[in-house]
Structures are given as structure tokens and as C-alpha cells.
Ligand binder design. Sequence first.
Ligand code: ZN
Length: 354
Amino acid sequence: MTIPTATVFRGVRPFGVDGATDLVAVDGRLAAAVPEGARVEEVDGRGRIALPTLVDAHIHPDKTAWSEPWYSRRAAGGLPEYVRGDVELYEHQRTPLAERAGRLLAHAVTRGTRAVRAHVDVAPAYGLAGVEGLAAARERLSPALDVQVVAFPQHGVRRTPGAGALLAEAAASGLIDAVGGIDPAGFDGVGEDGEGPAQLDQVFGLAEKHGLQLDVHLHDIGERGLTPLRDIAARTKAAGLQGRAVVSHAFCVPELSGAELAGLAELLADAGIGPTTVAPSAHQVLPFRELRAHGVKVGLGSDGVRDSWSPFGNADMLHRAHLLGWTTDARTDEEPARRHVAGTRAFALTALGD
Ligand SMILES: [Zn+2]
């Protein structure tokens, strides 16, 4: 029989409550008491605040230039130009992808992150280098970090010849947890042009065939965003993928209010879709309160960190929670705390198991 290891955190304040208490973790999970015969180690909490370990529900570690020499970005407008910038930076970088991604994620661990959902580009420009690199980084960091890998068709499935076949290869590789998508009606439009069936047909087909989760980037606003969002909800229900589908950003949602927002929130709740936000700005951040009131769990993430898109970002989820409070104009003591907890717990993986 293996002897359990208990860690006793002496004198900490869970969620910042008044008065210090002790917390006990047994083999990495919170427990009511130290079990008999356990090996015990103690940590002096010195009255500090104790929080659940953090979750980054949306990050792009394959694109990062974290800890690399400074990279001067050119102005870009619109997805095609950003995508070209990604490829340029990728070709410019000399440090192997697995090492760059691993370094960024290791830094996230030092800032309290215990689980991430990593989107990695799958496109002919890279082949499966992102998927394989992240799988290697995940392996190395596995004692400290849970990593979910999303195969993300950043260049579009239909607009980029060969991308659909690569996505299918990634889905069959056994290295990914979720298949991604991007703006099915806009950037990767469903018109007559383009390769293969409509994007959502392809990605839902792969998710069902390989038992994968889904995570679709949706930047489009207005009906161009809302129509695919309703479609994703309907397909998620039809495929029995409730609780396994995420829509990232969903910039069309913050535009809604009143009955329209309530109706959409009910649709998302019914389909078990958990959207994620990176709190980019006041008009693009998801309306947390309204969505949560309808039972929709909202995840919080870093997005790109010092990549071709932006020189900003630090993979620090406490800082991201701060940005969330900032963009949503939080003022009272309760609000930032609630948002922080929403950000940490909304994602499927938490150290507390709830
Ligand atoms: Zn993203």
C-alpha cells in the first residue's frame, strides 16, 4: 500500500476571508483532514489569500515569441494579414516550437496556472508541427500542468487547400483533445468556392468520428456570427456533444441585450456550450452576468502571448482576471472576486474537481 502524502497549508485565507485557517491537500486534492499514517509536509501560509489553481481556457502557445529576441510587427488589418504575419514569424523563429511553447507554459505554471486549453495552428504552412510540438511540451510539463490541445485551422478549412486533410490527420493522431474551427460564415465562408464540404460539416464530422471536443473561434459579428452560433448549438445537441463544445470570443454576443441576449443564453445553456472570452475590450467581452444567470459557464483565457498579432500578453491569469474586471467596469469587492472564480472554474479542469 502506498503511503498518502498530505500537505498542510497553515494560516491561509481562502478567497480572502477574514481570519486564517488551515487547508489540507492529500495527494494533490483538498481533503477534510490528514489521513492516518500519511506523510505530512507543512507550508507556512503567513496569512496570505488561498485561491483555487488557475485555468487558462484559451491560449496559443505555438505562436509565441516569449523569451525570444524582440520582433517588430508590421501593421495588419483583417484575418488574412494576421495569418500571413503568423507564418512570417514562424519562419523567423529559430527556437523549436516545442521549446518555445513549453517555456511559455512553464511560466504560466509559475503564475499559478494548473490547466490550459492550447490552440495550435494546423495548416499546410506548418503541417502538424504545432500539434506535435504541443504534445511534446505537454509531456514534459505533465507533473505540473494539464494541457488540452485544440487543432485549430487558423488559415480556414475551405479557403486553404490541404488544410481539411491536415485537420483530419490531426484528429486521427491521438495527440489532440478538440478539433477547432474559425468563422464558418465569414473568413472560411460557406459559399460555392472553397475546398470540400462546409466547415461545420467537416469539424463536427471529425469530432464525432474521433470522440473529440469542439472549440470554434467566432470573431464575426451580427448575423454572420449569430447564424453559425445558432447552427453550432443545434449541431451540438444533435450530435450529443453537450458539455463538449466551446465557442471562443463570440464577439456577436456582446452586441445583444434584453430578450435577444436572454434567448441566445438559453440556447447556449440548452446545448451545453461554454463560451470563452479573453476580455479584449469593453465592447468585445462576453456579458458574464447575463450568461451565467442562464446557466452558461464562461471561461477566461490569455489568447495570443507576444506573438505576431500583438507584443502584449503574459499568460498570467490573475492579471487576465484584472483585465476582465477592468473591461467590465467592476468596482465592488464582490465583483472582481466572483469574476476571478468564474474565470478559474468555468473550464472543465480544476484542481478542486468541481
Ligand atoms: Zn484564439
